[in-house]
Design a protein around this ligand. Structure first.
Ligand SMILES: [Fe+2]
Ligand SMILES: [Fe+2]
Length: 335
């Protein structure tokens, strides 16, 4: 077994140009948004003190549930001894949680841009709180990966492409569709699953705390997008349809923890087989129960949120069903 070798570049730059809206009046205009801001101030927590960081890791238990690992219950898994299974759990968890860590950092950057480009005072105030929330989530994963897992992986190319696009686009509603509508709907379902199934109680607790913030963030998308989407021209609608499908596909299918399998000592041929195993598992009905629940919950929330924001037009509905195989009809409220 080779030791993990991660060469993490310190940073990359994204070129961005946008208009900063400097308001001369900060009167409350949207009561709902103001309420969300008040809730955010009330519900702040401290990632340094709210978590029992001093509690030791139980490596035998692992970090995330073994059942999340693609090779679980396959011949590869059965060939491993107990120590190898523990190491596989550590590497897989490091990769999965590293993607969340990079996503949280990207969210901090997107939200800080949004405080500039958003046109309303209430939205700017709320967004300032989301900058802090996302910084706190980044801190949680930074502490967790460094202090407990002992390894941070690079952001996957799919994740980087998604966030670089969101950061580079000047329009607030493209940033909000990308982050608060698509990204956070996925993140909320994932955090819920981890909060219930992770083996490390400290990871469960962190995900529970993060979830308290994430529901407000999804709420921002629900409050800000419908009016904007209603005013769009057919051409703009077409653009956001393409954008939404592209990012959904990227989010749903983008990440494969190749580096974790390489670090575990698998060769490229074996990794291709593992990739196929993953595809087969995703399509089979004997997907373990909590992964089925995750998928169901994610699709349900996604369809509902797209519907509420007015993005679920007939063309996008058709594309969700045919291209991404998301069952829109059974997930639609009152359909
Ligand atoms: Fe977050
Ligand atoms: Fe968030």
């Amino acid at each position: 077994m080779t030791p993990p070798t991660q060469d993490t570049p310190p940073a990359h730059n994204v070129h961005t140009e946008y208009e900063t809206v400097f308001l001369h009046d900060h009167q409350v205009q949207k009561e709902d948004m103001q309420r969300l801001y008040e809730n955010a101030k009330r519900d702040q927590w401290n990632a340094a003190t709210a978590i029992q960081w001093q509690n030791p890791v139980d490596v035998e238990q692992g970090f995330v549930a073994d059942e999340l690992i693609d090779i679980y219950d396959s011949p590869y898994w059965h060939k491993m001894n107990a120590a190898e299974k523990q190491e596989m759990n550590r590497l897989f968890s490091a990769w999965r949680l590293s993607q969340l860590f990079h996503g949280e950092h990207a969210a901090t950057l997107v939200c800080s841009q949004l405080t500039n480009v958003l046109p309303d005072a209430d939205a700017k105030f709320f967004m300032s709180t989301q900058v802090m929330d996302e910084a706190r989530h980044t801190e949680f994963f930074q502490r967790y990966l460094h202090g407990r897992v002992g390894l941070v992986y690079q952001q996957s190319p799919a994740g980087q492409e998604l966030f670089d696009h969101i950061l580079g686009d000047p329009r607030w509603y493209i940033k909000t569709i990308g982050l608060q509508l698509v990204g956070e709907t996925f993140a909320v379902a994932l955090f819920k699953m981890l909060a219930e199934t992770a083996k490390d109680p400290l990871l469960r607790e962190g995900c529970r705390l993060i979830l308290r913030d994430e529901s407000r963030h999804m709420g921002f998308g629900m409050l800000s997008l419908p009016q904007q989407v209603q005013q769009m021209s057919p051409k703009e609608r077409e653009e956001i349809e393409d954008f939404t499908i592209h990012f959904l596909r990227n989010t749903l299918t983008g990440g494969f923890p190749k580096d974790a399998y390489l670090d575990m000592g698998f060769n490229n041929h074996e990794i291709d087989q593992i990739r196929q195993l993953r595809r087969d598992k995703a399509q089979s009905s004997d997907f373990i129960l909590f992964r089925q629940l995750f998928k169901r919950e994610m699709h349900h929330t996604l369809v509902n949120n797209l519907f509420k924001c007015g993005v679920l037009t007939p063309p996008i509905r058709h594309r969700l069903e045919t291209e991404l195989r998301i069952d829109v009809t059974t997930n639609l409220p009152g359909d």
